[in-house]
Design a binder for this molecule. Structure first.
Ligand code: CA
Length: 220
C-alpha cells in the first residue's frame, strides 16, 4: 500500500510517517500541492493524506484538481479547520474522509484501514487464492492450515500480485508499490522478494514472464 502524505509541517509529517510505516504502508512525503499533483499524475498511490493549509495553494485546490483529472485515489483530509462548513467543503471537493488536527494516531490508522476496505470494494478484508488467505487489515496470512509470516515488503508484494490476479505486473510497477522515494533499492530487490515468496508458498505461485514481469495466474 503506497501512501502519499502532503503536509508542510515537518514535525507532524515525521510523526505520521513513523506511525503508519509500522502498519506496513510505504509512505512518500511532499510539502506542497504542486509537486503533489505532479507526483500523482505520474505515479500510482493507493491513498493520499492531504493537509489543507499548504504553501502556495490550498489542499482543497489540490483535491479539486485531482478529481478534475479523474483521479479517484482515496483522499483523507487532515485539517486544523474544524467547523462543520470546513468539513462539508472538504467532502464536497471529493475527499473520502476528514480528520481534524490534533488527532490521535490510532484513529488515523483506523481511518486509513477503513479507506482501504472501501477502496478495494471488499467488505471482507480477506483475499483468498486457492489455499492461501491474506488478511489486509490484520496482515495475517495462512497457507493451508499453517500461518505464514512475511516481512512488510513481501506482504505488500504478494497482496499486489493477488489483487491483480491474472495480470502481469512489471518489475517497475511492483517496485513502486513496495519502495518509497527515499528507500535504497537494490537492482535485484524484486527478484529476491519473489524468491522468498516462492519458498514460503510454492514455486509455481508466481510465474516470471521473461522481459515483462510477474504474474499470479487466475485460480480457476
Ligand atoms: Ca499546514
Amino acid at each position: 500500500m503506497r501512501v502519499l502524505l502532503i503536509e508542510d509541517d515537518e514535525l507532524l509529517a515525521a510523526g505520521i510517517r513513523g506511525s503508519i510505516t509500522n502498519e506496513g504502508y510505504t509512505i512518500d512525503w511532499l510539502e506542497d500541492g504542486e509537486s503533489a499533483l505532479h507526483a500523482l499524475s505520474i505515479e500510482h498511490f493507493d491513498m493520499v493524506i492531504l493537509d489543507i493549509g499548504l504553501p502556495n495553494c490550498s489542499g482543497i485546490d489540490v483535491l479539486k484538481d485531482l478529481r478534475k483529472n479523474q483521479n479517484k485515489v482515496p483522499v483523507l483530509i487532515l485539517s486544523a479547520n474544524c467547523t462543520v462548513s470546513d468539513r462539508v467543503t472538504g467532502l464536497d471537493a471529493g475527499a473520502d474522509d476528514y480528520l481534524t488536527k490534533p488527532f490521535n494516531s490510532t484513529e488515523l490508522k483506523a481511518r486509513l484501514r477503513a479507506l482501504i476496505r472501501r477502496g478495494s470494494g471488499r467488505a471482507n478484508p480477506i483475499i483468498q487464492y486457492r489455499d492461501i488467505e491474506l488478511n489486509v487489515i490484520s496482515h495475517a496470512i495462512s497457507y493451508g492450515k499453517k500461518n505464514v509470516s512475511l516481512g512488510r515488503r513481501e506482504f505488500s508484494l504478494l497482496r499486489q500480485l493477488l489483487e491483480h490476479e491474472g495480470q502481469v505486473l512489471s518489475r517497475e510497477q511492483l517496485q513502486q508499490t513496495i519502495y518509497g522515494w527515499d528507500d535504497d533499492v537494490a537492482s535485484n530487490a524484486i527478484e529476491v522478494h519473489i524468491h522468498h515468496l516462492r519458498k514460503k508458498f510454492y514455486t509455481s505461485l508466481i510465474r516470471t514472464i521473461r522481459g515483462v514481469g510477474y504474474i499470479i495466474e487466475n485460480a480457476t
